[in-house]
Design a protein around this ligand. Sequence first.
Ligand code: ADP
Length: 217
Amino acid sequence: MKKQFVVIGLGRFGSSVADTLLYQGHEVLVIDRDMSKVEPFMSTATLAVQADATDENVLNELGIRNYEHAIVAIGEDIQSSLLVTLLLKEIEVNTVITKAKDDLHGKMLNKIGADRVVYPERDMGERLAHHLDSSNLIEHIRLSREYDIIEIAAPKSFYNKSVQSLMGMTKKKMTIVAIKKGDSVDISPIHDAIIEPKDVLLIVGEKKLLRKLEQET
Ligand code: ADP
């Protein structure tokens, strides 16, 4: 379904988000105060505007309140990032997603009402480090401070054990959500499903435990 987005700040992150949303066929209004960042979007975006998004009048004139989703992709200029997020929430944009540079920036964004805070540099850095650290790991997604999701080649200690016995063995600190055997995927493995060598597992669990599994060969 076609949705309407506004992307504010067309640095590396914002322009990549906007390009992808346009590619997916959505309507995207892009805004940057720097004309050289706006120009490449003149022919592709639904509307491309050079403006300072901290100016409330600009947001009103562009009818931003009618957009359901806004992405604030201003990283370096923290003051602008905070002010734009605040203004968007004040005019009642439904979902405001803001990029944070670091934890402190993220904390402030949460306090002023951002619906979601993303940390692209930190998350990508973490994922890369996990991949470099483990030869079994296929995918790593941060779920919260305590929990992650990993896609991993079945660790040796899991071979020939049932899903249920593994839950016990790990004191319920993880759940095996799916088991891939070749091309077939069991998305809700029953308790007595057995893990075999060459299986690929999708696991939700405590960071510490998952880290141990990643390091098993
Ligand atoms: P990245 O790390 O993703 O490249 P930057 O923080 O370098 O992100 O880029 C942010 C972009 O946001 C820049 O193109 C900048 O011109 C734009 N920007 C910063 N403040 C404002 C503002 N108040 N209004 C509109 N655009 C802004």
